[in-house]
Ligand binder design. Structure first.
Ligand code: URA
Length: 262
């Protein structure tokens, strides 16, 4: 394997091989590794020592990644430009482990913007948010209050995005530094879409946009994000694992419908 590969690239290359059916780490030709160990290293030929040059002092370059994220995000005048700015942003490790940038889906003119957490395997493959099991449940939840991501009418349409545009390794939660560097992109995203209201799906979205988590207590209580009403809700992936919580989710959907009707 190319030693220049980063950790996440090497990991996703291995995962890809496993998906193709490779299940044993063997090569075509037998290799006796004991013989390799016994081979003595060749003696070095003595050469004239090279003239000593003074080592260059290594300068630590501190990049203000969050400041940089703020300035590139603020410079984006359109959603396409913002997507491109994210694609060009080289300071988030998550990018190197993901197949695709997952930016958004739905109608950018929609009154409602839904902010999820992060792409999973299906989203990473299709480069669209919420297309796996949790996404199907989300579509059903929205349909129950006459909303849908494909609606041309802004009143019944939704616009969907995620805090993380790249799938994290092993679907782990983002760390504080990752949230801090991606938040300016989400803030700009909201400024460009200008939704009337926002749904924060799950703890990561609450943490990124409200600075705190605890979805069980927070859900159902309207908050404010960038001057807009924002409703924390249980994430559909949580509802799949804990169907008993669908009751609260239904109450939150009704609250959302009522707010849209105001
Ligand atoms: N969960 C999310 O939060 N977002 C997706 O896009 C998929 C699953």
């Amino acid at each position: 394997m190319d030693s220049m590969l980063g950790y996440y690239q090497a990991k996703s290359a291995l995962e890809w091989q496993i998906e193709l059916g490779a299940d044993e780490a063997i090569g075509d030709d037998a290799l006796n590794r004991y013989e390799l160990v016994r081979e003595k290293p060749k003696p070095r030929i003595a050469t004239k020592p090279a003239p000593k040059s003074k080592p260059e002092p290594v300068k630590a370059v501190d990049i203000d990644v969050v400041g940089l994220a703020k300035s590139v995000a603020a410079a984006a005048e359109t959603l396409d430009a913002l997507k491109q700015a994210l694609a060009d942003f080289q300071h988030c490790q998550l990018k190197s482990g993901a197949r695709n940038l997952v930016f958004s889906d739905g109608n950018p003119a929609a009154r409602l913007m839904i902010i999820g957490e992060a792409p999973g395997r299906d989203e990473d493959r299709e480069a669209r948010p919420f297309v796996g099991r949790a996404g199907h449940l989300l579509d059903k939840m929205l349909a129950a209050i006459d909303l849908g991501r494909n609606g041309p009418d802004p009143a019944s349409a939704v616009y969907i995005t995620n805090i993380l545009p790249w799938r994290p390794p092993q679907d782990r939660d983002p760390n504080t530094a990752e949230i801090a560097m991606l938040r300016p992109f989400m803030q700009r995203h909201i400024e460009l879409v200008q939704p009337d209201m926002i749904v924060l799906m799950g703890n990561i979205s609450c943490l990124a946009m409200l600075g705190r988590k605890g979805i069980t207590r927070m859900r159902g209580n309207w908050e404010t994000v960038q001057g807009r009403p924002a409703l924390p809700m249980f994430h559909p992936a949580y509802l799949l694992r804990s169907p008993h919580a669908k009751r609260e989710a239904w109450a939150d959907l009704l609250s959302l419908k009522a707010k849209l009707g105001e």
